[in-house]
Design a protein around this ligand. Structure first.
Ligand code: SAH
Ligand code: DHB
Ligand code: MG
Length: 223
């Protein structure tokens, strides 16, 4: 049981329940042509983000880690036209590719791409008094800062906010207390934080598929 069968099943899932989509496939193609790494969420994961944001009734979404805007487009599609999405990206060349993809998807008026280090941008956002709390947050930037991103995002949340955090299982290294990989240490610390934080309720799902063996956390803020 491994990568070949996970790929075959993801292909079947795309061909059936997710559906093929020229705009989203074009966004991945543009990312590839621009030389960006192929680390966007998979189509099945993108559709899950879309479904969660729609279920939640999101009108105000925050994303940390834009890359080419693939997950951004899935999330933007989950909102009514008056929804707003802010997405944070360190690399100006990634942001430029995302800007074009988002334009082609028809969401230039919905999505605000902010270029900079997410720690700085999130800190500024927590200090800007007019920044409204977000309904839905997707954390998917550098992994070593996940605990810090989560703490800052909590300050931008309200009861009912849903926070999804990608890449937290890391081929099972999440369970390896002796790992010296800083991303592994960060996702372990993040889980310990969730366990201690009485304002949230959370779980983590392990996943296999076209992106290998990984997983994501789903967190609900309840007070
Ligand atoms: N969410 C995207 C994939 C994001 S990949 C999708 O699924 O389509 C991770 C992105 O985070 C990369 O584009 C990387 O440049 C960006 N990133 C890395 N470190 C960052 C930081 N410190 N601040 C903001 N963005 C960062
Ligand atoms: C990487 C980042 C991601 O967000 C992801 O889903 C997979 C890989 C990476 O930086 O390698
Ligand atoms: Mg990811």
């Amino acid at each position: 049981m491994s990568q070949d069968i996970w790929n075959a099943v993801d292909t079947f899932i795309v061909d059936t329940v997710v559906g093929r989509d020229a705009v989203l496939e074009g966004a991945l193609e543009a990312a590839s042509v621009a030389g960006l790494p192929a680390i966007s969420v998979s189509p099945a994961q993108g559709k899950l983000l879309y479904l969660l944001a729609r279920l939640q009734g999101s009108r105000n979404i925050l994303e940390v880690g834009t890359l080419a805007g693939y997950s951004t487009i899935w999330l933007a599609r989950a909102m009514p036209r008056y929804g707003r999405l802010i997405t944070l990206e360190l690399d100006p060349s990634h942001a430029a590719v995302a800007r074009e993809n988002i334009e082609r998807a028809g969401f230039s008026d919905v999505v605000d791409i902010r270029v900079g280090a997410a720690l700085d941008l999130l800190t500024e956002m927590t200090q800007a008094k007019k920044e409204v709390p977000y309904d839905f947050v997707f954390i998917d930037a550098d992994k070593k800062n996940i605990p810090e991103y989560f703490q800052l995002v909590l300050k931008l949340s309200k009861p009912g906010t849903v926070i999804v955090v990608d890449n937290v299982v890391r081929e099972g290294k999440l369970a390896d207390a002796s790992s010296d990989d800083e991303a592994v240490q960060a996702v372990r610390r993040f889980h310990e934080m969730l366990a201690q934080e009485r304002r949230v309720s959370a779980t983590t799902l392990q996943t296999v598929g076209s992106k290998g063996y990984d997983g994501f956390s789903v967190v609900m803020v309840h007070e």
